[in-house]
Write a protein that binds this ligand. Structure first.
Ligand SMILES: NC(=O)c1ccc[n+]([C@@H]2O[C@H](COP(=O)([O-])OP(=O)(O)OC[C@H]3O[C@@H](n4cnc5c(N)ncnc54)[C@H](O)[C@@H]3O)[C@@H](O)[C@H]2O)c1
Length: 335
């Protein structure tokens, strides 16, 4: 089996998970880079990996086959451009960025190079979501006309130290729109295509110690499909329900009950497909496996840079719309 050398840049909460989950595939030799030397020392001892405080030096001197970028969002594109120019494959954390600066250059460089580049929107490897999407692609019920997403969790009770991370500031990729809603938006876009325009509202209602929005309502148009996204980061039940409605049937995914179902014309109840619950690392091991498969020449199962750029435009349009109190076209958003 080919062993791939992989450098994780940014080894905080999710970066450490990537380090551990890639290691668990048995197909990667890991290295870690972070600006925090104390963190690196702990990671070096825990995972027995080489560590570097300077990611640029690590790329130049170690020539990793791939770089996993899990710093806060403002660093994603600069590190991605440098790593691509050094010949590395890329797995970039979501959101792709907090602004459009450098995005066209990144898309161009990816198109010109033979390197693999994906974005770690982890919903792409959830078996229950993959099964629902495969079913939806059969368009058995006629075209999808409407989508509703209702999602919430007590984020601040689950994410230790959130108030001192990137989350506290939109300029570092924080707030509910860029940090949380983007997962659902990106996955819905993988089913019905990118949004053209959004009308958004948001507020900071509950999450302590920060002022960024923790509650979001967005009404979007993806072509002729009307979609409604409703999220908060304080409700106690950790629940996500996504429903697709067509004239002759509906498909619903309930992430919290690990099932998807359909309701056809003449049905009187839902038909459910149940999946086993996933432990916290399982999707990230599946994501690492998918990325390594991609490096071994298999087709990608992960989010592309172009699709992540669409989801970035959604984020920026939703934020701009909430400020302006008006509908914003995703293609014309500036930031
Ligand atoms: N896919 C998911 O489920 C998921 C979950 C959490 C976070 N994320 C995303 O991952 C990214 C990081 O989130 P986190 O929760 O791990 O944040 P974090 O604050 O816990 O960790 C970020 C780390 O990056 C390091 N860092 C910052 N600038 C750096 C630089 N220039 N070079 C090297 N290291 C640098 C910091 O020292 C820190 O250790 C964000 O974009 C976030 O949205 C994704």
């Amino acid at each position: 089996m080919v062993q791939h050398s992989i450098l994780v840049v940014g080894c905080g909460s999710i970066g450490e998970r990537h380090l551990r989950c890639f290691q668990q595939t048995g197909r990667a030799t890991m290295m870690a880079s972070d600006t925090n030397p104390a963190l690196l020392e702990r990671l070096g001892q825990t995972y027995h990996v080489a560590t570097f405080t300077d990611w640029e030096q690590a790329i130049v001197e170690q020539h990793p086959a791939a770089v996993v970028i899990s710093t806060p969002a403002p660093w994603h594109v600069p590190i991605a451009l440098a790593a691509l120019r050094s010949g590395c494959h890329l797995l970039i954390e979501k959101p792709l960025s907090h602004s459009l600066t450098g995005i066209d250059e990144l898309l161009e460089l990816c198109a010109q190079s033979s390197q693999q580049a994906s974005v770690a929107y982890v919903y792409h490897v959830y078996p229950v979501l993959a099964a629902a999407r495969a079913f939806l692609r059969q368009v058995e019920f006629g075209p999808i006309q409407q989508v509703t997403v209702t999602t919430g969790q007590p984020f601040y009770r689950l994410r230790h130290g959130y108030a001192s991370t990137y989350y506290r500031d939109r300029q570092t990729g924080g707030g509910a729109i860029q940090d949380a809603l983007t997962h659902s938006v990106n996955w819905v876009e993988s089913v019905i295509g990118p949004a053209d325009s959004v009308l958004g509202d948001c507020a900071h209602l509950v999450v302590p110690e920060v002022e960024v929005e923790d509650t979001v309502h967005v009404s979007a148009r993806h072509g002729s499909v009307l979609a409604s996204y409703c999220l908060n980061q304080f409700q106690l039940p950790n629940e996500t329900t996504i429903q697709f409605n067509a004239a002759r049937g509906s498909v619903r995914v309930e992430l919290h009950t690990h099932r998807w179902g359909f309701f056809r014309e003449h049905d009187t109840t839902w038909t459910w497909h149940d999946f086993p619950p996933l432990d916290r690392d399982a999707p990230f091991i599946a994501q690492a496996t998918a990325f390594l498969d991609q490096l071994d020449g298999q087709p990608t199962r992960l989010c592309t840079i172009a699709a992540a750029a669409d989801s970035l435009r959604f984020n920026l349009a939703a934020l701009a719309s909430a400020v302006a109190g008006a509908r914003v076209e995703c293609r014309t958003v500036h930031a």
